[in-house]
Design a protein around this ligand. Structure first.
Ligand code: HGY
Ligand code: MN
Ligand code: MN
Ligand code: MN
Length: 412
């Protein structure tokens, strides 16, 4: 099965009129993605399993010390085609390439599709891998609600899976010897190096916080300014302050999701709910920035007669990927780069090594097993939007790199 064929089979699933993707967990688009996973795995002669948390696995062989690769198939609202699917499609294409060239693995190989990596429907990112590793309380996960009020448990049950068994899966985790996730690069670092494929060094600490600004609804035409308790004002001041504090600290702070009640043109809002996504190179910096934003929101709320409450939704500490694995992958990826092609490697022949501000299931797994990531160049540097891209030659370079990494790890 060629990369191109696999890619084009998956491409139409969940594509919105905007050209972006809406592949939210447990929706019909997700079910189609999951069926594609099963059909593709079976086509390659792999054994398919769904774990207690809804993650899908496709096994070549059985036993312990497995080499596992994969990513996720869900998307952000109007996301790009590559974030997640490039990793899953490349994993299947790499396994297909190893089979075609008669490689006999000495340990099992598996492809995984982790559910709800983006947290786009239920709020907590990397939920499938966090459940697997025990990083999320299953009772909390079951009760998470989507914007329509549907719980994770209800949605999973409606998709035909049993949410009753949710939770840590230590025996499955113990079977994983190494995890490697290939992902489209979500910035312009590789464009600047001129290389098609790079290796990850670290993931910035990051998290999500839910802010509620509670004021009082009232008439837009008759309520004197002095009598207003307008949460929009507090929210607006918080957005500007967050940007300022983050810029001063060398961090990032984004309010990209907001809901307003009652959402009427001629009524002062009663409630604004907004989600802060913040990331920084160091945990201490991240903590400080979020504290500053919380404090300035509260201070402004006092002036506006608005009550501000802040709830941490998810926090991910800094991830430093396994150094030995990272360096051996950089050497392998450098060596697999086609001569004179788009894959320019560094002077010592190794692929570039780069940190990222984006979160991944690999980051969650790295606390438990030796883990590495490969990034494929994204010429637009855009991600979480329809312009996200990776050129066909770079995608194939990614598959070649992943295939040589898997072969190396599985035949050691
Ligand atoms: O949001 C993120 O960092 C990732 O793309 N899931
Ligand atoms: Mn993403
Ligand atoms: Mn992703
Ligand atoms: Mn009226």
């Amino acid at each position: 099965m060629s990369f191109e064929q696999l890619w084009s089979d998956l491409l139409p699933v969940g594509r919105a009129d905007s050209g972006g993707y809406r592949r939210f967990s447990w929706t019909p688009a997700d079910t189609e993605c999951r069926s594609w996973f099963v059909d593709t795995a079976r086509g390659l002669g792999l054994d398919v399993e769904t774990d207690r948390n809804g993650n899908q696995w496709a096994w070549w062989g059985s036993g312990d010390d497995a080499v596992v690769t994969g990513s996720h198939l869900d998307s952000v609202p109007d996301g790009g085609a590559f974030d997640g699917p490039l990793g899953v499609v490349s994993s299947f294409a790499a396994v297909g390439a190893l089979k075609a060239r008669g490689v006999v693995p000495r340990r099992p190989l598996a492809v995984v599709n982790f559910v709800e990596e983006e947290g786009a429907r239920f709020g907590v990112p990397c939920l499938g891998s966090r459940l697997l590793t025990g990083a999320v309380d299953p009772a909390r996960a079951r009760a998470l609600r989507d914007p329509a009020g549907v719980t994770w448990a209800e949605a999973m049950d409606a998709a035909g899976l049993d949410a009753g068994g949710l939770g840590a899966d230590p025996s499955r985790l113990a079977r994983i010897g190494t995890f490697v996730e290939l992902h489209v690069e979500q910035g312009r670092a590789l464009v600047d190096t001129g290389a098609a494929v790079g290796v990850a060094s670290a993931i910035w600490p990051h998290g999500r916080w839910r802010f509620e600004f509670a004021g009082a609804a009232n008439h837009a035409g008759t309520t004197r300014l002095a009598d207003r308790r307008d949460p929009m004002l507090t929210f607006a001041a918080t957005v500007l302050g967050a940007r300022e504090q983050a810029a001063l600290a060398g961090a990032l702070a984004t309010f990209g999701r907001v809901t307003v009640e009652p959402n009427g043109t001629n009524a002062i809002a009663s409630l604004v709910r907004a989600w802060l996504d913040s990331r920084a190179p160091e945990s201490a910096v991240l903590d400080r920035v979020v504290e500053q934003i919380t404090a300035l929101a509260a201070e402004r709320g006092d002036r506006d007669g608005v009550t501000v409450t802040v709830t941490a939704e998810s926090e991910t500490p800094i991830v430093e990927f396994d150094g030995g694995l990272r360096d051996s992958l950089a050497a392998l990826v450098g060596a697999s780069a086609p001569e004179g092609a788009c894959s320019v490697v560094r002077a010592d022949g190794t692929a570039p090594i780069l940190p990222t501000g984006a979160g991944h299931d690999a980051g969650v797994l790295s606390a438990h097993v030796p883990t590495a990531m490969l990034f494929v160049r994204n010429p637009t540097g855009v991600s979480h939007a329809p312009d996200e891209h990776a050129g066909p030659d770079d995608c194939l370079a990614g598959v070649d790199a992943l295939a040589s990494v898997l072969e190396h790890l599985a035949t050691r």
